[in-house]
Design a protein around this ligand. Structure first.
Ligand code: WAQ
Ligand code: MG
Ligand code: MG
Ligand code: MG
Length: 249
């Protein structure tokens, strides 16, 4: 049996009371790994570059149901030299893969205009760019996912020349999002001020770009582009609740 261990941390009160989102994390671990996972999350929440958390919620929950196994997408890095060229490349790739230009532009504008971080993602129509979820400033949180084999995953990342917690977590999350019914693509960059990189994922590819925002900016987030006419509730249910293990194959 695996357990979902998840954390959310805020500053200035709880998320529900308008506290500022600092950090979140998601793991699936056996019973023997709960303590270590929770401890790592606690330390991370208390030493975060976005600021010191004064509200930290760690939830531990048994996951009795069957885990869905899904593959990792192919990983590519496009080393464009600045924000303008990275964003232009991301935009073109999304448009080339079926996301309408107004929807892509709406995605960038939605993230750029965030006054503060959301805990979750915005769901936008891939054709019109209109927001489809009702989750407001909370957003839709992708939860109950992890890699199936931590050593194999670390070795895989190392073989790609990648390291660090950002890519490790983002690639697992993006794998689940790509596998979700109704999801066509994702656009993401970090809200951590020292981490300017982001990615788009579409058509089983995870494409990293090093510069989505100026160094020092706390503005980042996630947009999921949904296939027009999909059942939004089914997509949200999968993203939030379906336990998923990502396999390195
Ligand atoms: N579900 C939905 N949205 C989330 C989740 C989640 N589980 N976790 C984070 N977000 C949203 C939320 O709005 C955050 O403010 C935003 O994403 C950024 O989260 O290949 O580190 O954890 O080098 O800061 C991408 C590039 C790193 C990695 C992304 O995001 C690479 C990153 P962060
Ligand atoms: Mg994170
Ligand atoms: Mg899909
Ligand atoms: Mg962050």
């Amino acid at each position: 049996m695996l357990y979902s261990v998840r954390m959310r941390a805020a500053q200035g009160g709880t998320h529900e009371d308008g506290g500022r989102h600092i950090s979140g994390a998601e793991r699936l671990v056996p019973e023997s790994g709960i303590g270590e996972a929770a401890d790592a999350m606690l330390r991370r929440a208390m030493n975060h570059s976005r600021g010191k958390a004064d509200f930290i919620n760690i939830t531990v929950e048994a996951m009795p149901g069957p885990m869905l196994r899904i593959p990792l997408p192919a990983v590519e890095t496009l080393n464009f030299p600045d924000i303008f060229s990275c964003r232009l490349a991301a935009r073109q790739l999304l448009v080339d893969n079926g996301i309408a230009a107004p929807a892509v532009d709406s995605g960038f504008a939605s993230l750029d205009s965030l006054a503060d971080s959301m805990r979750g993602a915005m769901l936008l129509c891939a054709k019109t760019g209109i927001r489809l979820d009702q989750a407001g400033m909370r957003g839709v949180r992708v939860s109950r996912q992890d890699c199936s084999d931590r050593e194999a995953y670390a070795a895989h990342l190392q073989s790609l020349g990648l390291s660090g917690v950002h890519v490790r977590e983002a690639l697992v999350l993006a794998s689940k999002v790509l596998a979700a019914p109704g999801v066509a693509a994702e656009l993401c960059w970090s809200d951590d001020p020292e981490y300017t990189a982001g990615y788009i994922s579409v058509c089983r590819r995870y494409i990293r770009l090093p510069h989505f925002k100026p160094y020092g900016s706390p503005v980042g987030g996630r947009v999921f582009f949904l296939e027009p006419g999909c059942d939004v509730d089914t997509t949200i249910e999968f993203l939030q609740n379906q336990p998923v293990l990502v396999d390195v194959r």
